[in-house]
Design a protein around this ligand. Structure first.
Ligand code: MRU
Length: 354
């Protein structure tokens, strides 16, 4: 789908030979395509916490591979001891970031393997853990490709598309969620004009989405986050496509800070607002957006990270929520690998479980 250039094909992968989690270091992009081989739990934790690997699906896959690598290092034949040390490793990785449900979903799946196979020797459980991590990795590739197909059915050649943060191949294993329809369209000769919101404060839109789309030869324009209303007012945007970190059972969508504002503006201008996410991002245990924990990150990301010298006065209060909640009633449709869900989402998502 994407022309890879200097990029490895997959954003997140397991290297069995070196027992490493291999990632593209997203903090270095777009200046440098740097591939990291992470072998210790501390390196993997730090990679997730500092956003070297980021985006809900990619975090889930990284955690699955990470906890498999932790399991390999547990030297015991006793299941109870193995399980207890596995749970410690799992809890450590689970504490790296709080919001994207894919992290917990993937770790749950991995622990399920340990619990269901209590009667096997530990060596057998370790190979089943490797298989499960590989399945989580491969399922993401297939799910994102299917999201691309379903999403492409909602947009037209030549449209202006606004997106936010990076819900592209860098946020998943290979194809992306919100950007998958754009990559797929490109492959089929469509010409979209994509506007990428820069996404303060960590600039995932300006750095990552712009890089990824330009690599694929897609017409890309970066705007500051406060310019979204202007481009919609000018009639340049025919659809907004965003990703999601956790969708509540009522369809409220938690995504990168700034997403809910875009949904409000899109409603004002009559522009359809689509959330693209694999079903692994739907959390039926959380009834509504209020129940989702929103990560708050360090003040320095706002006051100094991108400036030659500190920009805001010392001692000023800083509020840095990394995500916000878009109420379900502002979402035109949710694009999953299993099809396009329409409101009311409580019903359409419940139907997915049947
Ligand atoms: O803080 P980040 O960069 O991990 O936030 C990522 C997002 O908000 C993405 O839109 C979301 O994870 C969907 S990725 C397919």
């Amino acid at each position: 789908m994407t022309r890879y250039g200097a990029m490895p094909r997959d954003t997140v992968a397991l290297d069995e030979g070196t027992r490493a989690l291999v990632i593209i270091d997203q903090t270095r992009l777009p200046r440098e395509v740097s591939v990291l081989s992470l072998t210790t739990q501390e390196e993997i934790y730090r990679a997730i916490a500092t956003l070297q690997v980021r985006g809900a699906p990619a975090i889930g896959v990284a955690a699955a591979i990470g906890v498999y690598l932790a399991a390999l290092d547990i030297e015991t034949d006793d299941w109870t001891e193995f399980h207890s040390r596995f749970v410690s490793a799992r809890q450590y990785l689970a504490s790296s970031r709080p919001t994207a449900v894919n992290l917990f979903w993937a770790l749950d799946r991995m622990e399920g393997v340990v619990i269901r196979n209590k009667n096997l020797p530990v060596s057998g459980i370790k190979s089943l853990l490797r298989d499960e991590a590989a399945r989580i990795h491969d399922e993401d590739i297939r799910a994102c490709r299917a999201i691309g197909e379903h999403g492409l059915g909602l947009i037209r050649d030549g449209w202006g598309i606004l997106t936010h943060c990076n819900a592209g191949r860098l946020a998943t294993v290979r194809y992306g969620t919100a950007l998958a329809p754009l990559h797929l369209g490109r492959e089929r000769g469509y010409n979209f004009k994509v506007f990428a919101g820069e996404t303060r404060p960590l600039l995932q839109g300006a750095r990552l989405t712009a890089f990824e789309l330009m690599e694929d030869g897609i017409d890309t324009t970066v705007i500051c986050d406060n310019m979204a209303s202007r481009v919609m007012q000018k009639g340049w945007i025919q659809a907004v496509l965003v990703g999601c970190d956790r969708m509540a059972a009522n369809g409220d969508a938690c995504n990168k800070i700034g997403t809910s504002g875009l949904a409000i503006i899109a409603r004002h201008y009559g522009v359809p607002f689509y959330v693209c996410a694999p079903t692994s991002t739907i959390d039926m245990h959380v009834p509504g957006g209020d129940g989702i924990v929103i990560e708050e990150r360090g003040a320095g990301e706002i006051t100094e990270m991108w400036y030659g010298e500190r920009m805001a006065p010392e001692g000023v209060g800083v509020y840095n929520p990394a995500f916000d909640i878009t109420p379900a009633d502002l979402i035109t449709a949710v694009v999953t690998e299993r099809g396009v869900l329409k409101p009311p989402y409580a019903e359409s998502m419940e139907a997915l479980r049947r």
